[in-house]
Every structure is written in structure tokens, then in C-alpha cells.
Design a binder for this molecule. Structure first.
Ligand code: PA5
Length: 469
């Protein structure tokens, strides 16, 4: 197992490698009081059961078995598995699918997909995309997985209501329950009530687990199992990372160290946190990370009620692609970024560039090189260029991309963001900032109970024509 452990390399964060913008040992020492407090808080909160997401690698083993059985029963008759969900209810499944299945999975003929259904993730209420979905699926041969922890998110509920009608008209009321499955809270929201009344199968998200921390619950496990991903291994990988992250010495705990460095550099004004995987498989891990980081850490108030308006801005980039897009800014722009590369040591597939055009110097040197060595060399070269330009950077290296290492990656970032939250003295598990726009949209849509908000909106200053060009 140790050979499959993901590693954090933070050499290029240190002054001895990066120069004046780097950190020195003293920076860590000066933070020791806060670090010790954060460790204690995590430990205490976990003991009190307040960090239920941390227990998912263990608590979900039985659920995972049920999920596998359900997926096996339903898979044969399912051509496509469709997720209706948004935010934490969509980004994790997307990241895991992209990481662990074929890059053109949906386009493969069924037998080349191992007999598993296609996967679509409808994570927006965009009318073009939602309408378009029905041009490529046959509802009577699909499973629609409505994922919503709160069981009340308007976008997801609207999708469900639209799709329920379409299927009902196509195949009749009695068969609805063969095509709809819910993943939701067992206690709150409308979905669980509808499931009981209309007889849909529902997989439950443990009550204390919030959306962006829910990938290792049925939110992520059910779609992954339907698409043939080894969900037991995902859980094993996360459990393995949990043991690694139980180490109370921050210099041996990669997630704590990631958070400490992020905190220290944020305090120095490096407020942008770039995640740049050098692997298309990890592309959507960066999307998942952006939500995890932004929603967890961008906060107005600290835990003492003081207005702090804190939070690093997460940014996603993809190596090598974004070397030709964002890298110029990273190397020469403001010193406001911490760049984290993700690298894969052993790519499972490879291609060799043929030895042709040997007499053309700009092409000849490429002959005989592999794509995997090319992408990894590009990463090393970019790391060098950034470090030379005094830009702090770290690398998370995956020995390979597999369910076991992806389980580790998910758990690693979740621990890191929680630890960072404690260092910042903010609540990493709420998202009060998204409420205002939700409430405003309810008011505009005429939801009962939002009459006062409607009045408030009506009273807001009208936009001036002169500012609209
Ligand atoms: O992380 C979160 O809690 C949010 O991003 C939610 O996942 C998102 O708002 C969707 O919520 P729900 O799953 O309740 O529909």
C-alpha cells in the first residue's frame, strides 16, 4: 500500500529554492500555536462526531455493498445513468468518472464499456443542454439519479419535475419507480417524502455530511458503481489517507502541511490557489477542488463573529494545455499565487512518437519519446521555470491513477480544507454567502414566504440606461 501512497512535495515553497517569496522554517514555528489549536479542534470535533465525512471510508462500507448489488440488478436494462444534481452533488461524480473511466467513455460501444451504462451529469438548469439531453437518450432505458442533500435545491428539483413528467408520459406512472432513484437526506427536504409517497428507491446521505464532502457517500458511490468503478477501493484509498493524516506531526502529515502552507502564503498576500494537474484524467479533480476551496474558505465572518472577508481564490489549470494559456501570467504576473501541480508517475497507457523527420531539428528530437515522458517532462520544466522566476509551487504526485489513489486525493483535500478552516478560524462547512441569491431568486419566482424579500428587491435602485451600451 505504501507504494501507492500519494505524496506532497513542497520543496519549491521554501526560500532556499524559490528565493525571497519562499517560506523559512521560522514561518512554521511562528504559527505553531495556531497549528496546535487546529489539530486539537479537529481531533475534538471528530471525537464528538461533528466531522461525519471523516468516517465515510468506514461508515459507507455496508452501503457500498448495497449499492453494488442495486447497480448489478439494474445495469443490464440501463443504457444511460443520468445525474440530476448541482455543486457538491455533481462535481465529485464528474471528477471520479473522468479520472477512472475511459476518456471517451460515453462514445464507446457498450461492450467496450464493459457493459456499463453511459453517464450524463445534468448540473445546470440550462434549457439548451437539458433539452439536448433528450435528443441522445431514450428515457425508458435510463436511470435518473436525483442527488440533493437538502432535497430542496430549486435547480435540481426543477430538473426532476421536468424529467418525471417526460418519463411518466413515455412509460406511465407505474414504471416511474424503475427509472428514478434518489440520493438525499433521510430527514430533511421534499425528496425523502416524495420517495416514500411514490415508492422510489432512496440512498441516504449521512446527516452530518455536507454536499462538497459527500463524494464518498452514495452521492459519488452510486454513479461510480453503475459505471463499473471499484467503489470499495475508493473507500480503501480514503481510509488509507485517513491513517496518513492522523499523524499529529505536521511535517509528516501532507494534508496539514498543504493547509499550513496555503495559510502562510495567503497571509503574505498570495491569495490565489492554482491546482494544475498534468493529466486529463485529473482535470475535473481541479473543478471539484475549486468548489471545495471556494465554498469552504471564502467567508465574511470568523468563528467569533468578527468580519474578516477571508479566503483564497482557487483557480483550475490543466497541464500541458494551459501552459499555452495561463502560464505566462503564472511566471511573470503578480506574486499572488500558490501553484500546486498534480503529476502521475505511471500512466497506464502510452504512445511513442515515431522517429520521423529526423533531419528537421524542431521535430527530430521528439522521435522515440513517449507521451507520458513528454507530459511529465513538461511538468518538471514548468516547475523549474516557475521556481526560477521565484514563484512558489508544490507537487502532489500520484503513483498511478486508480480508485485507491483517487480515494486518497479526495480525502487529502477534504482534510486539508478542514485544517485550513481551523487555521483561519472560520466555519469551513457552511455556505451562508449563497443564501442571498437563492432567496432573491425564490422571491422573484413568487415562492410563498418570500414576500418581504420581493419588496426589498422591488425597492432596489433601477439600472440606468446610460450605463448599458
Ligand atoms: O457543498 C455544498 O453544500 C453545496 O455546493 C451543495 O452541494 C449544492 O448547493 C447542492 O445542494 P444539494 O445537494 O442540497 O442539492
Amino acid at each position: 500500500m505504501e507504494g501507492l501512497r500519494i505524496k506532497l512535495d513542497y520543496n519549491n515553497v521554501m526560500k532556499e529554492f524559490t528565493g525571497e517569496h519562499g517560506l523559512i522554517q521560522e514561518n512554521f514555528e511562528n504559527l505553531s500555536e495556531k497549528i496546535e489549536k487546529a489539530k486539537k479542534l479537529i481531533e475534538e470535533k471528530r471525537k464528538k462526531g461533528m466531522l461525519e465525512w471523516m468516517e465515510l471510508p468506514y461508515s459507507q462500507r455496508e452501503t457500498a455493498k448495497e449499492i453494488i448489488q442495486y447497480a448489478e440488478e439494474k445495469r443490464k436494462e440501463t443504457e444511460a445513468f443520468i445525474i440530476l444534481g448541482i455543486g457538491g452533488s455533481a462535481l465529485g461524480p464528474m471528477a471520479v468518472q473522468q479520472a477512472l473511466n475511459h476518456p471517451y467513455y460515453n462514445e464507446l460501444p457498450r461492450e467496450k464499456r464493459g457493459g456499463f451504462p453511459r453517464l450524463y451529469i445534468a448540473d445546470n438548469i440550462d434549457p439548451e443542454r437539458l433539452t439536448g439531453l433528450f435528443d441522445i437518450i431514450e428515457p425508458s432505458k435510463c436511470i435518473f439519479n436525483v442527488i440533493s442533500k437538502s432535497g430542496s435545491t430549486s435547480e435540481t428539483m426543477s430538473q426532476f419535475m421536468i424529467i418525471r413528467e417526460i418519463i411518466r408520459k413515455a412509460i406511465g406512472d407505474e414504471k416511474l419507480k424503475d427509472h428514478i432513484v434518489f440520493t438525499t437526506s433521510g430527514e430533511k427536504g421534499s425528496l425523502i417524502k416524495i420517495a416514500e409517497e411514490e415508492g422510489y428507491r432512496a440512498f441516504l446521505i449521512p446527516e452530518g455530511v455536507g454536499g462538497r464532502f459527500s463524494q464518498l457517500s452514495p452521492v459519488g458511490l452510486l454513479p461510480a458503481a453503475f459505471c463499473g468503478i471499484d467503489i470499495m477501493e475508493l473507500l480503501q484509498g480514503a481510509a488509507f489517507m485517513d491513517t496518513v493524516c492522523k499523524n499529529q506531526n505536521e511535517f509528516e502529515n501532507p494534508a496539514y502541511m498543504y493547509a499550513i502552507i496555503s495559510y502562510l502564503v495567503m497571509a503574505q498576500g498570495k491569495n490565489i490557489s492554482v491546482l494544475m494537474p498534468y493529466s486529463d484524467q485529473l482535470k475535473y479533480i481541479a473543478d471539484w477542488y475549486v468548489q471545495l476551496w471556494a465554498e469552504s474558505l471564502g467567508k465574511r465572518l470568523d468563528n467569533d463573529g468578527k468580519q474578516v472577508n477571508l479566503g483564497p481564490t482557487p483557480l483550475k489549470a490543466l497541464g500541458v494545455t494551459d501552459q499555452h494559456s495561463q502560464l505566462q501570467l503564472f511566471v511573470e504576473g503578480p506574486f499572488d499565487k500558490l501553484i500546486t501541480f498534480m503529476a502521475v508517475k505511471n500512466h497506464q497507457k502510452d504512445l511513442i512518437i515515431p522517429k520521423i523527420y529526423e533531419d528537421i531539428p524542431s521535430l527530430g528530437f521528439l522521435g522515440g519519446k513517449s507521451c507520458s515522458s513528454f507530459i511529465n517532462t513538461q511538468k518538471t520544466a514548468t516547475e523549474y521555470a516557475l521556481t526560477k522566476a521565484g514563484r512558489i509551487n508544490m507537487t502532489i504526485e500520484l503513483p498511478e491513477v486508480s480508485p485507491f489513489t483517487i480515494g486518497q486525493v479526495l480525502f487529502f483535500f477534504e482534510v486539508a480544507v478542514s485544517f485550513m478552516g481551523e487555521l483561519m478560524n472560520i466555519d469551513a462547512f457552511n455556505q451562508p454567502g449563497v443564501e442571498e441569491s437563492k432567496n432573491a431568486s425564490y422571491a422573484m419566482f413568487g415562492r410563498p414566504g418570500y414576500e418581504e424579500k420581493k419588496k426589498e428587491l422591488d425597492a432596489k435602485p433601477h439600472k440606468k440606461e446610460e450605463y448599458i451600451l
